[in-house]
Design a protein around this ligand. Structure first.
Ligand code: HEM
Length: 479
């Protein structure tokens, strides 16, 4: 009897223990706090904080937010709720390790102008194929052959500025980076096509940041018409290439020769959208970086002299500039290269990447709701004193040692990282070489401050005057 009652007691004890654990577990599941939205302000209804972002110095906008709310905060930009993430780990989470949860996203009006098949609007197989083609055409092995042509473009641009008139540096740099973009896509293109592409691309570009309106005569409508004409011109170029059966290794050649594993080729629309997409990705970014480099060098004459000394040595080795730059020389310009890196850090041309979360995602206890825009803010990562001490000071020597992992990402990271970064750097090195060895320039007006349109550029595009330096025997680096 006693044994039976002990057994009953043990059973009762065990069952109550089990139900206790079950209850606790259930309770924990029920009461587990749901991830909360990050802190931050959503601003005014509909406009949110768009005006603040686009009217303020972006450094001030982002830094104030981060100081107030920390490394993750919510806001409302361009009609969309957004989560901004400002740490290297968070940028890696969104762009690399969990990239499949965040799709690239652009306003429809912009997608319409560039063309919906451009690679950076896509994820998955289509994006992979296109990306490989673009990467191949912009690889070091391919672009090294472009050096003599980029040099002659840079020299003729510099000569055209050096007659004493005031130029808008950013506008002129845009012309140069457009030409280099055309070169990388088509090789040496017939001047008639080049001019037509230039003229229509310029109209499209003017409408790109305008209000998307359906009213005829507005910049956006003009841009759409110009975009249609670009399709026609590209169609003619493609047709001519096919007739001549030219098997070029440039980007257009790669697009035309592409076949996927099922034998599927690219349509003319897909090719046209990707050509416009690459031109778009290449032009303002490189022009903005070049404009900042000129400003930073102008503001630090001692640094300019040191860069000049580095470049003069190369110039002299090239028979006073009579021989073309060699690839190995462009890979051995340590100070000039550090000036480029520091300019990319300081200016942070692409302030943030733009993605959309495809499901509810939890990151560090915060909820990023499905459909919200997600923006890893490169600018804050580049301006955080923990990553770069005294971040507001222009100091190329900080790049004598490599930055901490994931803290320097001017060209992005992961599956959408910039495939044009080597070409952009090559173009900058070549322009600086010819600029500092042959020319001088002065910046006009008090031009401190950033204009954000949408790429950050110095106020008024950096008005400047250029002239050719009087050549002495040792300085004969003229073309
Ligand atoms: C200083 C100059 C440049 C900077 C700072 C820059 C920066 C970037 C960044 C940050 C991205 C990634 C955007 C994202 O993740 O959403 C990107 C993508 C891209 N860039 Fe660049 N870029 C520059 C020049 C160029 C040039 C010269 C080309 C081509 C000739 C180019 C072609 C592209 C393309 C095609 C993509 C999209 C890649 C993809 O989605 O897979 N970029 N760029």
């Amino acid at each position: 009897m006693e044994v039976a009652s002990i057994l009953i007691y043990i059973c009762l004890f065990l069952s109550s223990l089990l139900s206790y654990f079950f209850f606790i577990k259930k309770k924990t599941r029920i009461s587990k706090p749901k991830a909360k939205l990050p802190p931050g302000s959503m601003g005014w209804p509909y406009v949110g904080e768009t005006l603040q972002l686009y009217s303020q110095d972006p450094n001030v906008f982002f830094t104030t937010k981060q100081l107030r709310y920390g490394e993750i905060f919510k806001t409302h930009i361009l009609g969309c709720p957004c989560v901004m993430l400002c740490s290297p780990e968070a940028a890696r989470f969104v762009l690399v390790t969990h990239a499949h949860l965040f799709k690239p996203t652009y306003p429809k009006s912009k997608e319409r102008l560039i063309g919906p098949s451009a690679l950076f609007f896509h994820q998955g197989e289509y994006h992979n194929h296109l990306r490989k083609l673009v990467q191949g055409s912009l690889s070091p092995d391919t672009i090294r052959k472009l050096i003599p042509d980029i040099e002659s473009m840079a020299i003729s641009a510099l000569e055209s500025w050096a007659d004493g008139h005031v130029i808008n540096t950013f506008h002129e740099m845009k012309k140069l980076s457009f030409q280099v973009g055309i070169l990388s896509i088509f090789g040496l293109l017939d001047s008639n096509y080049r001019e037509k592409l230039n003229e229509n691309y310029h109209i499209m570009d003017k409408g790109y940041n305008s209000f998307p309106s359906n009213i005829p005569g507005t910049p956006y409508q003009k841009a759409l018409l110009a975009r249609k004409r670009l399709d026609q011109i590209l169609g003619e170029i493609i047709c001519e290439r096919k007739e001549k059966r030219l098997l070029e290794k440039d980007l257009l050649g790669r697009f035309l020769n592409f076949k996927d594993e099922n034998g599927q080729i690219l349509t003319e629309d897909q090719i046209a959208d990707n050509i416009i997409g690459v031109l778009f990705a290449a032009q303002d970014t490189t022009a903005s970086a070049l404009t900042w480099i000129l400003k930073y060098l102008h503001d630090d004459q001692k640094l300019l002299e040191a860069v000049k000394a580095e470049q003069m040595a190369i110039c002299e080795a090239n028979n006073g500039g009579k021989k073309s730059l060699r690839w190995t020389q462009t890979r051995n310009m340590p100070l000039t290269y550090r000036v480029i890196l520091e300019s990319l850090r300081m200016a942070s041309i692409i302030s943030f990447a733009f993605r959309e979360s495809i499901i509810d995602v939890e990151y560090k206890g915060y909820l990023i709701p499905k459909g919200w825009k997600v923006m890893p803010v490169f600018r804050n990562i580049h301006h955080n004193p923990e990553n770069f001490p005294d971040p507001h000071i222009f100091d190329p020597s900080r790049f004598e040692v490599s930055p901490k992992p994931n803290t320097f990402i001017p060209f992005g990271n992961g599956v959408h990282a910039c495939p044009g970064n080597e070409l952009a750097k090559l173009e900058m090195l070549i322009l600086i070489h010819h600029l500092v060895t042959i020319f001088r320039w002065e910046v006009l007006g008090t031009v401190d401050g950033i204009h954000y349109g949408p790429f950050p550029i110095p106020q008024q595009g950096l008005p400047a005057r250029f002239w050719q330096e009087s050549t002495s025997l040792n300085q004969d680096c003229s073309p």
